[in-house]
Ligand binder design. Structure first.
Ligand code: TXA
Ligand code: MG
Length: 365
């Protein structure tokens, strides 16, 4: 299949792009589009054959439900059997925005979209291009992130092209996504609303608006809990190389560990702040992926920086952890998953790998 690539210009010519994209969607095709979180892989969420094409293009497991995207608040009514008081409050405070709400599913939503669950995720993106696209389609748009399953989500159209060229009908290029991490997923059907995936709408923001909030305990990588969001059980966001995440006081030892790797002739990838980068040994063996000063910048660049390692090809990657308040919870969730929960901490002056396994060889010698 030839994939059309359409670049939005922010002028009147964009209308024609949205018209053509809407036509493709009504014909049952898949079109990638920008949102404020990550790029989405959209199809008519009410058409099972169209939705099946999304699963095929991504290589996505069938048990992982898709989010339905709308561009007017009233469009949620046809997708659900009803909203409770918490769901109503979330709509009022956070839609449109980087949030997905899990609600009871109406029969119109096909099983392939909801992976057979009796609930459905609904999101009203804040990005104006996403809204124009959805309105041009005239139906709810089922859309996962536009990556091949297991890879970091794309936050620019070039990364979508890298994963989806030849597999989908079209890509709409609307520039870089702002938030850079996927939407916060909140289950409104539990007695206390529960964060199943942290994102741009933070725990603190939700607590302020709703009062009590829970965080799905499975998000911390504890194998005794089954994640509420089926997608959270897969290793994800992962570069091809092994990643180790330094947390807490272990972060201060990053320069020392990098020096050890360099001394042993290892090509080492480092994901860190620019302030940390200035403290690292300079060597062609050190392959840096740096973020600027703020954690918001890190969120915006994280997936691009992770994908960059597939281009620079280090043997092993060390990532610098950040504090977990605000957007930090979402960043650390993605970093822990990228690291496959290989987390290094400092305990009583000794570095340890939290999953009980041996530290990588170069750290021990
Ligand atoms: O920011 C986003 O949410 C992006 C953009 C494109 O909107 N979409 C996205 O979709 O990240 P996806 O499919 O990559 O992730 C959806 C997550 C998965 O972890 C899935 O298991 C969970 O939401 N999810 C969807 N419907 C659910 C449901 N009914 N119950 C529990 N979890 C659900
Ligand atoms: Mg995804």
């Amino acid at each position: 299949m030839k994939t059309c690539y359409w670049k939005l210009q922010g002028n009147s010519e964009d209308a024609e792009i949205f018209r053509k994209a809407g036509e493709l969607i009504r014909q049952g095709e898949v079109v990638a589009f920008p949102t404020e979180t990550v790029y989405g892989l959209g199809a008519n969420g009410l058409n099972p054959e169209a939705v099946a094409k999304i699963f095929a293009a991504k290589g996505r497991p069938q048990d992982n439900p898709l989010i339905m995207h709308i561009a007017r608040k009233e469009d949620i009514a046809q997708l659900t059997t009803g909203l409770n008081a918490n769901a109503e409050k979330i709509m009022e405070h956070f839609m449109p925005g980087p949030l997905t709400m899990i609600v009871p599913k109406a029969p119109i939503v096909p099983d392939v979209t909801s992976a057979g669950l009796d609930t459905v995720g609904v999101r009203f993106p804040g990005n104006k291009y996403a809204q124009e696209f959805i309105r041009a389609c005239g139906c709810p748009i089922a859309a996962p992130s536009a990556n091949i399953s297991g890879r970091p989500s794309p936050t620019n159209a070039q990364d979508v092209l890298e994963d989806m060229d030849g597999k989908i009908a079209a890509i709409i290029d609307g520039g870089a996504c702002g938030v850079g991490l996927e939407s916060t997923v909140v289950d409104t059907t539990s007695p206390i609303p529960t964060i199943c995936r942290p994102g741009g709408v933070t725990y603190e923001m939700l607590t302020e608006a709703l009062g009590a909030m829970e965080i799905d305990p499975a998000l911390m990588g504890d194998k005794n809990f089954k994640p509420k969001a089926p997608g959270m059980k897969y290793r994800h966001y992962a570069p091809k190389e092994p990643v180790y995440l330094l947390e807490g006081e272990a972060v201060a030892l990053l320069p020392e560990l990098v020096a050890k790797a360099v001394a042993q002739g290892i090509k080492i990838g480092v994901l860190c702040s620019s302030a940390m980068a200035a403290q690292l040994p300079q060597s062609p063996q050190v392959l840096l992926s740096c973020w600027g000063d703020s954690r918001e910048q890190l969120a915006g660049d994280l997936f691009y920086l992770l994908r960059d390692f597939d281009r620079t090809k280090p043997e092993v990657i060390l990532a610098q952890g950040v504090s977990e308040d605000g957007i930090g919870l979402a960043i650390m969730n993605r970093l822990r998953k990228a690291a496959g929960y290989q987390i290094i901490t400092l305990e009583k002056g000794t570095l340890i790998l939290k999953n009980g396994k041996q530290l990588p060889g170069f750290m021990i010698e």
